[in-house]
Design a protein around this ligand. Sequence first.
Ligand SMILES: Cc1cc2nc3c(=O)[nH]c(=O)nc-3n(C[C@H](O)[C@H](O)[C@H](O)COP(=O)(O)OP(=O)(O)OC[C@H]3O[C@@H](n4cnc5c(N)ncnc54)[C@H](O)[C@@H]3O)c2cc1C
Length: 421
Amino acid sequence: MERYDLIVIGAGITGLASAYHIKRENRDLRVGILDRAPTFAQGNTAKSDAAFRDTFTSELNFKLSSTSIGFYRYIQEELGYNLGMHFNGYMFLLDETALNSESVKHIQQRADTKILTGDEVASLGINVSQNGEVKKIMNLKDISGGLIGKNCGILEPDLVASYYASELQKMGAEFHYSTNLEKIRLEPVDRLDYPGEPFIWQNKMIGGLNTNRGDFVAYDYILATDVWATSLLDPIGIDSHIRPKKRQVFQVSSNEIKRMVTTSYDGKEGLFPFTILPGPMIDMRPDPRSQTFWVSYTDDIGRDFSLEDDPQPEMDFYERNLYPVLREYVPAFIDSKVTSSWAGYYSINTLDGTYYIFKELNLIVATGSSGSGIMKGDAAGRIVAALYSGKEKAVLYGGSTLDVSDLGIKNRKAPMENLII
Ligand SMILES: Cc1cc2nc3c(=O)[nH]c(=O)nc-3n(C[C@H](O)[C@H](O)[C@H](O)COP(=O)(O)OP(=O)(O)OC[C@H]3O[C@@H](n4cnc5c(N)ncnc54)[C@H](O)[C@@H]3O)c2cc1C
């Protein structure tokens, strides 16, 4: 078996962006990319709402997302590679208290935002006042305004992944699809060939990968398998620090929704903003192709941490939990129907809700994107590349820098984000 310089496991947005930035800086490296799926971006990257925003309360999250958005924008607008990117805005609908909160003030200082008045929100087809009894039972809120992130919107994650994959191919990276990593082999650096190695007194390294297509060997490895990192790391005693949670998307259609989807807040994009309702924070993503809304909810307490091979959406969840709320806030949902649905997973960092990027031995682990891996994917890739090259600082798109250790385990500096969806 010929040895690679580097093997990246996982051809989702995190693995591809990481491999791309490493290969760009080190053209001569022999880089292999493995994925168990038959092509790239078939994991959670394919299941995503793929909305992006820079309206975060933490400076770190602002940096990760705004620089990634900047890079995607550059690819689409300067290089002419369509990523399906629309700057239709990302709107939090807020009651009086939330609108005047410190979190909103923080966001306004940093990001390019606009506040819509209650009347402007109503003109988009949203009920801003709620009925007393239903309001109380379902925890609904009266809407005083909308916080719009202007440098925000939606994109198509398979197109972003396709950009990285095609550039990697041009640079000579070798893709191995339908290749399932079964075991990460922990081995001694200096092998004695005694049974039971590695012993506690031997220096250790990741010596190779067992897959359904035989052994793969490299000097260094990057594990970018998202929620599937835990079961691969557990046997070798490395903690992934993440938990999986199922997330579902319901595509909903009606004549009124069709009309609403093409209404914009500023008359420019011809597309409704990605919108988060108040109370139960249900999100509505306009889909320009099908002229539907994709509806999702990030359920926390009550949603278990289990992980299945083929997660299924639960119609019951839509009908009993989401629809009753949607009907009250957005009359266009009355007489609507669910035309498609799917489910994936968030790889959740339960402490601060953003990526973990850390190195153990000759293995870098990049996981824990916590529902924002598309909008932060490029920055994550640059941080992985900096860690791979032994640099203390990563240079993000546009030139801002970040200490690589900020997203690590030992010297982590990632404040809790107040606005996680
Ligand atoms: C419903 C939903 C909505 C979301 N909405 C948004 C959003 O609006 N905005 C946003 O930024 N993010 C969103 N996300 C999160 C985003 O999709 C993820 O953060 C991102 O896709 C993670 O990318 P990844 O490359 O780390 O993981 P993945 O895309 O899951 O890639 C991991 C890869 O590893 C491969 N793999 C796993 N195990 C093995 C193995 N043993 N051997 C070989 N290969 C293996 C898989 O096949 C997969 O291709 C959403 C996620 C979901 C589920």
